[in-house]
Design a protein around this ligand. Structure first.
Ligand code: NAD
Length: 476
C-alpha cells in the first residue's frame, strides 16, 4: 500500500484501495487496443451529448448562476470536440514511429513504441469544473491509462455528478473519482501515480510538485497567472475592446486564460475604457438578473474581489463599474464588470491573478515598453496582442514569453485542438490538448531490434583491426 503524508481516514483508505486495484488491473492488462480506446472515448462523447443538461444544471447550482450558453460552449461542446478529435486521430498517435539506424549499428530496426504510462491522477479546479476534469481524462483514456480524478470541493454537485456518471460507464479499476477537500487532495497527490496532472493555482501547484517529487512521479502543472492583453498603437482601442470584453467577462472572469490586465497606448485609455463599458452594457444589460452573466463561485472569492477594488479606489484609481441593482440579484454572488484605470502596481490587484470580472488598464509607451513590463513579471499562461500587422504581432511575441498566445482575439487558442496548451515558468509546465495530451500520458519507449547475428559483436576485447575500422566509421 502506498504511503501518504496525510493522516489516514476511511476516505483516504478507500482511495488507496482504488489505487492498488487500478495498479493491479494495469499490470494484468497493459495495452488497451485501438478499438477499446475508441470505445472509451465514444462513451465520453455520448455521456456529454445525452446528459449535458444535467451537467449544466449542476454547474449552475454550484455557481449560484452559470450561463447555460457558456457551459454549452466551454464545458459540453469543448469536451465533445476534444473526445471526437482524439478518437479520430488515435490510429496515427498510437502507431509506433520508425527512426533511422546509424550506419555503425546497421542492420536493424529502431522505433518508438507509444505505451500507456499506467495509473494516472488528475486534480481539477472549480472554474470549468467539467471541462478541466474531462479534457485530461480524454487524453489519459486515449493514451490507454487507468485514471483517478480528484475534482474540486468548491463544485460539489458537479463533482458528485462526474463521479456517478463515470461510475456507470467505467469499472472503478479503470476510471475512479475521489471526492474531497484539501486533506483528500493532499493524500491523493502523495499516491505514487505514473503521472500526475494538476490544474489549479500556482501556490498549490508548488505543493503538488513537491508531493510528486517524493515518488519521482512526472507531473504536469496547469497553473494560472496574470495574462496581459496588449493593444498595439496601430489598432483601434475601441475595436479591441469588443473582443477583449467578451474574453475578460466570460464566466465572470473566472477563466485561467482570461486577459488579466490591459496595456493600452498612452493617450488611448479613455476611448478604450468607454468602449469596454459600452460593450459590457450591451452584452449584459442587467447583470443582476441576466442569465448569461455568471456569479462568483463563493462568498470568500467575492469578498476578495471587493477588497481588491476597494484598495485601489482608496488609493485614488479611477473605477468604472457597470451599475446593477444588488436587491434584484438577491443571494446570487454577482460582481459587476469593473474596469480600473491605472491602479498602483503594488496593489493586490496588480500583484495577484485577479480571477474575476475586474480589468486593470495600464498605459504603455510603445511595444518595447509593453514587452519590458511583461518580462519583468512572472511568465503568464497566455498573452494577447491586438495589431493590424502580423509582423508587429510576431515581433512582439518574439520579445516576450508566455504559455500560449493569441493575436486579435482572447482565449480561443485553447480551442485549437492541435495546439499544445500549457504554461511556462510560474504558469506551469507540461501541456495537453490534441497529440500533446496523448503524449503527456504516454511513455515513448525506444526500441532497437537487432538480427540474431549483429556485426557489433565483433567490437569487443581484445580490440584490434575491427575496432579500428568501427572507430573510423563512427567518427566519419
Ligand atoms: P486550487 O489550487 O485552490 O484547487 C485546485 C485543486 O487542487 C482542487 O481539486 C483542490 O482540492 C486541490 N487542492 C487543494 N489543496 C491541495 C493540496 N494541498 N494538495 C493537492 N491538491 C490540493 O485552485 P482553484 O482555486 O480551484 O483554481 C483556480 C486557479 O487555477 C487559478 O489560478 C487559475 O488560473 C488556475 N487554472 C489554471 C488552468 C490551466 O489550464 N492552466 C485552468 C483553470 C484554472
Amino acid at each position: 500500500m502506498p504511503d501518504t503524508q496525510a493522516t489516514s481516514s476511511p476516505s483516504i483508505d478507500a482511495m488507496q484501495d482504488v489505487f492498488a486495484r487500478q495498479k493491479a488491473a494495469f499490470e494484468h492488462e497493459r495495452h488497451r487496443s485501438l478499438s477499446e480506446r475508441k470505445a472509451d472515448l465514444e462513451k465520453i462523447e455520448k455521456l456529454v451529448k445525452e446528459r449535458g443538461d444535467e451537467f449544466a444544471d449542476a454547474i449552475d447550482a454550484d455557481f449560484g448562476r452559470r450561463s447555460k450558453s457558456e457551459t454549452a460552449l466551454a464545458e459540453l461542446g469543448f469536451t465533445i470536440a476534444t473526445a471526437k478529435h482524439s478518437r479520430q486521430h488515435l490510429p496515427k498517435w498510437m502507431s509506433s514511429k520508425r527512426v533511422s539506424v546509424p550506419m555503425t549499428l546497421a542492420p536493424g530496426n529502431a522505433y518508438v513504441r507509444r505505451e500507456p504510462k499506467g495509473v494516472v491522477g488528475i486534480v481539477s479546479p472549480w472554474n470549468y469544473s467539467m471541462q478541466l476534469a474531462f479534457a485530461p481524462l480524454v487524453a489519459a483514456l486515449a493514451a490507454g491509462c487507468r485514471v483517478m480524478i480528484k475534482p474540486s470541493e468548491f463544485t460539489p454537485r458537479t463533482s458528485a455528478l462526474i463521479k456517478s456518471t463515470l461510475a456507470e460507464l467505467f469499472s472503478e479499476d479503470h476510471v475512479a473519482v475521489i471526492e474531497g477537500g484539501p486533506e483528500e487532495a493532499s493524500a491523493f497527490t502523495a499516491l505514487p501515480f505514473d503521472h500526475l496532472f494538476y490544474t489549479g493555482s500556482t501556490q498549490v501547484g508548488r505543493i503538488v510538485a513537491k508531493a510528486a517529487a517524493e515518488n519521482l512521479t512526472p507531473v504536469t502543472l496547469e497553473l494560472g497567472g496574470k495574462s496581459p492583453a496588449v493593444i498595439a498603437p496601430d489598432f483601434d482601442p475601441a475595436e479591441a475592446a469588443k473582443t477583449l470584453a467578451w474574453g475578460k467577462f466570460l464566466n465572470a472572469g473566472q477563466t485561467c486564460v482570461a486577459p488579466d490586465y490591459a496595456l493600452v497606448p498612452r493617450g488611448a485609455e479613455k476611448p478604450f475604457v468607454d468602449a469596454m463599458m459600452a460593450e459590457t452594457a450591451q452584452m449584459w444589460p442587467d447583470v443582476a438578473t441576466n442569465e448569461d452573466y455568471t456569479a462568483i463561485i463563493s462568498e470568500r472569492h467575492h469578498a476578495r474581489l471587493s477588497a481588491m477594488v476597494e484598495e485601489v479606489r482608496e488609493a485614488g484609481a479611477e473605477v468604472h463599474q457597470l451599475a446593477f441593482d444588488k436587491a434584484k440579484a438577491g443571494n446570487t454572488r454577482i460582481f459587476p464588470p469593473t474596469v480600473v484605470v491605472d491602479p498602483p502596481l503594488d496593489s493586490k490587484l496588480m500583484r495577484e491573478e485577479i480571477f474575476g470580472p475586474v480589468l486593470p488598464v495600464l498605459s504603455h509607451d510603445g511595444l518595447e515598453d509593453a514587452a519590458r513590463f511583461i518580462n519583468e513579471r512572472d511568465r503568464p499562461l497566455a498573452l494577447y496582442i491586438w495589431s493590424k500587422s502580423k509582423q508587429t504581432a510576431r515581433t512582439f511575441l518574439s520579445k516576450t514569453i508566455s504559455g500560449g498566445a493569441a493575436v486579435n482575439l482572447p482565449l480561443l487558442h485553447l480551442s485549437v485542438e492541435d495546439l499544445p496548451f500549457g504554461g511556462v515558468g510560474a504558469s506551469g509546465y507540461g501541456a495537453y490538448h490534441g497529440e500533446a495530451g496523448f503524449l503527456t500520458f504516454t511513455h515513448e519507449r525506444g526500441v532497437f531490434e537487432a538480427p540474431v547475428w549483429h556485426p557489433s559483436r565483433l567490437v569487443r576485447p581484445p580490440y584490434g583491426k575491427v575496432f579500428e575500422f568501427f572507430k573510423k566509421l563512427q567518427s566519419g
